[in-house]
Write a protein that binds this ligand. Structure first.
Ligand code: NAP
Length: 506
């Protein structure tokens, strides 16, 4: 089956790439990064969009010091929750006002479709509004008295938060870290991924211009092994919030343990998506396709392992592969595109290598499986939706996170067989169940080792709903009202009510 490719388009007016100023935000000052330059690519064409001077370890030091000073400044420290919330609302307004530019930048830099990046920008603004509301309505606690004192538990900021983000959804992951961290009264030193610094720099500028006190936010693009390490090990950084791969997360957790600072980790996944024999096939096919192939499979929660009841396996998987081969592959700027390019040619090559490995392990490729050779896509980091079957659950393609548009399909026989295979993974981020009977879904959802289970839907997110992984998919949760507490320290205060001297000292 051949892959359908979207027709060529030229960038419409208003869609041309406009570079961001080549400046990074260090402790309230914009200046050119003094580190090596990185070439930021348009993955749809392979062209260099612009070059960005990376930050240096000295910039991390300056940012952490300025952050600590700004967080301790009474102008920020003494703001009441509703006053701090106003800053978050202003940031949300600024994001909405700059939404078209942010979405376009993210499409250029990550390859995602404009529809997706527009939704991600809206969600970033919503994240700031949500945490503004959560801040205004969150209460400290009066705890039960066990003696003659009034006892309270109050939340206080940690100080400087090191925030390290991956390349797949920068604007949304940046917001999910910056908003609750500021809401809790902290300063933030943000490091975007080396491949995708543009939208984070543009977001930093919007936040800076919204009137947030200087020094509370720094945006430091650079390589993880240099700059990320400098942030995680800086003595002024009091917590690290990280989203990215499990190997990096483990390394950051080691540093956190050395320094005895809290670390929250949103890591990788290899999520099972399960089709029971009573599922509505049309609904399930489209849901499975969306769950794996939207964002070109570059989603931590991508439903990349498909388990189908053997009774309906053949028909289901053949239908799915046929529809997958008809998904429109093309540039993210083309409104007809469903599957954009991968973020970078190097990442596309790693995905292609996994498919070769799956073939070598005995897998049958039902659709996709080769870098497209159409003229118009040449130069871009494209890889088509690919469905593979015939592998054992222990094959590397079934166990390792490929992070691309590759789905492995396996039949199952009964619930015990299914649960054993679905849970046979080092990961535990998400899972999907497609069924006509919620009474079957409920006990199954409870048996799956996953932080999130979707039933008859997939990749739906709500900022009000906590999100996190189990096993090697993470530590801690983001989102939800408790999201602010994750950036706070709890302090207990006892107000003694005795009016007489303590008898012990007499
Ligand atoms: P990654 O290689 O782990 O990188 C993530 C971030 O960490 C990047 O900013 C990277 O910088 C930085 N980094 C790399 N080495 C570092 C080090 N030694 N110390 C500190 N920082 C370091 O992951 P990725 O390839 O960008 O992202 C894909 C992964 O993220 C996938 O595994 C995906 O599942 C996961 N993810 C998880 C979630 C979730 O919520 N659970 C969401 C999205 C993505 P450079 O890139 O500049 O080197």
């Amino acid at each position: 089956m051949s892959t359908v490719i979207a027709e060529p388009t030229t960038a419409a007016a208003g869609q041309a790439f406009v570079p961001v100023p080549d400046e990074i935000l260090v402790g309230g000052r914009w200046r050119r990064g003094g580190g090596p330059e990185s070439a930021v690519l348009d993955p749809a064409t392979g062209d260099v969009l612009q070059r960005v001077g990376q930050a240096t370890a000295d910039d991390v030091d300056a940012a952490a010091r300025a952050g600590a000073a700004a967080a301790a400044d009474p102008a920020w420290r003494d703001l009441l929750p509703h006053q701090r919330a106003r800053h978050l609302v202003r940031i949300a307004d600024a994001i909405e006002a700059g939404a078209a530019r942010l979405a376009l930048l993210q499409t250029y830099n990550t390859g995602k479709t404009l529809a997706e990046t527009t939704a991600l920008v809206a969600s970033a603004a919503g994240t700031f509004r949500y945490f503004a509301a959560a801040l205004e309505t969150g209460d400290d606690e009066l705890t039960s008295r066990r003696g003659n004192s009034l006892t309270m538990s109050v939340h206080e900021p940690i100080g400087v938060i090191g925030a390290i983000a991956p390349w797949n959804s920068p604007v949304a992951s940046d917001a999910q870290k910056i908003a609750p961290a500021l809401a809790a009264g902290n300063a933030v030193v943000l490091k975007p991924a080396e491949w995708t610094p543009l939208v984070s720099l543009a977001l930093g500028r919007l936040i800076d211009e919204s009137g947030l006190p200087k020094g509370l936010l720094s945006v430091l693009p650079g390589r993880g092994s240099v700059l990320g390490e400098a942030i995680v090990t800086h003595p002024g950084v009091g917590k690290v919030t990280f989203t990215g791969g499990t190997a990096t997360g483990r390394r950051i957790a080691h540093h956190g343990a050395e320094r005895l600072i809290p670390v929250s980790l949103e890591l990788g996944g290899k999520s099972p998506t399960i089709v029971l024999d009573d599922a509505d096939v049309d609904v399930a096919v489209n849901g499975v396709l969306y769950g794996i192939f939207s964002s070109t499979g570059q989603s931590c929660v991508a439903g990349s392992r498909l388990f189908v009841d053997r009774k309906i396996y053949r028909e289901f998987v053949d239908t799915l592969a046929r529809k997958a081969s008809q998904l429109r592959v093309g540039p993210g700027l083309d409104p007809r595109t469903q599957v954009g390019p991968m973020v970078h040619p190097a990442h596309r090559d790693s995905v292609a290598a996994y498919v070769d490995l799956a073939r070598a392990e005995g897998g049958r490729v039902l659709c996709g499986g080769a870098i497209p050779d159409e003229d118009r896509l040449r130069g871009g980091a494209y890889y088509p939706p690919t469905v593979i079957e015939g592998l054992g659950n222990d094959a590397r393609a079934c166990q390792e996170e490929i992070f691309g548009p590759v789905l492995v399909a396996l039949p199952f026989d009964g619930e015990e067989d299914l649960v054993a295979m679905a849970n046979d993974s080092v990961y535990g981020l998400a899972a999907g169940i497609w069924t006509g009977d919620y009474r079957r879904a409920w006990p199954l959802a409870r048996r799956l080792a996953a932080g999130t289970v979707w039933v008859n839907t997939y990749k739906q997110f709500s900022i009000s709903t906590p999100f996190g992984g189990v096993k090697e998919s993470g530590l801690g949760v983001e989102k939800g009202r408790a999201g602010i507490a994750a950036y706070s320290r709890q302090k207990s205060v006892y107000l003694g009510l005795d009016t007489q001297p303590h008898p012990w000292a007499d």
